[in-house]
Write a protein that binds this ligand. Structure first.
Ligand code: GLU
Length: 301
């Protein structure tokens, strides 16, 4: 097989167990990477200890192992990457592209939380660090599934946080540094991160990093339109139903159900899935409505 320059990844945060939405991102990113004869990496985004659940990272990795979705390189843990984030931040500070910010949430309430200039009246001992978003901040990109995207980052988001006042690294900085460092060419993830992408592209530009291709999968919503991962309908994936979960995810990805019919092993399902996967069938829609059924999520329509 010729070496491919495609490198994808799945990058869960260990804030809970994997659920149907995570499986959609994991399976689709794996299928696309394998289809392109590329590599697929797993990265644990354990950046935010206050939001993390004890044991979740290990349980997520174990579930991926059970499913047969294996990282081609050792799993990268973001807790081991603080020096790289600090070095990038230092470069941005030195270049005058980032700045210390003493504003509190209350200070920014009047502008809807959007930071355009500092309004803090008191200095904090540990200020946050933000990226200065200048006038030239309209970002457009073509998403692999959701089409042409455009965001005016200054108007819609403002100067955004790179390191929080509590010392935690912001997701936006860490994801950009690690996608570049790992040589990721294709980011495949849920559409809840579609509006983070322009911030990531601005950061890539500020740091002189390449911009990967992006493909955002539809969000899974329950019948009431709530994000599945935030609603009671979201159940952790269950190892005993891993095969059913893969099969229902396959159909949510717009792929033909009969390709996997009657296959009763996980390895068999993955093999058949790879044979029959067709990227052009992926659903180019922002959301899929699903209904829970015996712990397995099925496409409603
Ligand atoms: N860690 C993020 C999450 O679990 C995903 C980050 C990404 O794929 O860019 O929601």
């Amino acid at each position: 097989m010729p070496p491919s320059s495609y490198r994808g990844r799945f990058a869960p945060s260990p804030t809970g167990l994997l659920h149907a939405g995570s499986l959609l991102a994991a399976f689709a990113s794996w299928l696309l990477a394998r289809h392109a004869h590329g590599q697929w990496l797993v990265r644990v985004e354990d950046l935010d200890p206050p939001r993390e659940q004890q044991g979740a990272a290990a349980a997520q990795l174990e579930m991926l192992e059970i499913l047969g979705l294996r990282s081609d390189l050792p799993v990268l843990w973001q807790h081991a990457r603080h020096a790289a984030y600090a070095a990038a931040l230092e470069r941005l500070l030195q270049a005058g592209l980032a700045f210390e910010c003493h504003c509190s949430r209350a200070d920014l309430a009047a502008t809807g939380g959007i930071h355009r200039h500092c309004v803090a009246r008191t200095r904090r001992p540990d200020p946050a660090i933000r990226l200065r978003v200048g006038g030239d901040s309209i970002v457009t990109f073509k998403d692999g599934l959701q089409g042409l995207q455009r965001q005016d980052v200054q108007a819609d988001v403002g100067d955004f946080v790179l390191r929080r006042a509590d010392g935690c690294w912001a997701y936006q900085l860490a994801v950009v540094i690690d996608d570049a460092w790992q040589g990721i060419t294709d980011v495949v993830r849920g559409a809840d991160l579609l509006d983070s992408t322009p911030r990531q592209i601005l950061l890539q530009r500020a740091l002189g990093l390449a911009t990967p291709r992006y493909l955002h999968l539809p969000l899974l919503l329950d019948a009431d339109g709530h994000k599945l991962s935030k609603s009671g309908a979201s159940r952790p994936l269950d190892a005993d139903h891993a095969l059913d979960a893969l099969v229902s995810t396959w159909t949510m990805l717009g792929q033909p159900a009969d390709a996997l019919q009657g296959i009763d092993s996980l390895a068999g399902v993955l093999q058949a899935a790879l044979q029959h996967f067709e990227p052009s069938r992926l659903p180019a829609i922002p959301a899929i409505y699903v209904a829970p059924h015996n712990g397995i999520v099925r496409a409603a329509d």
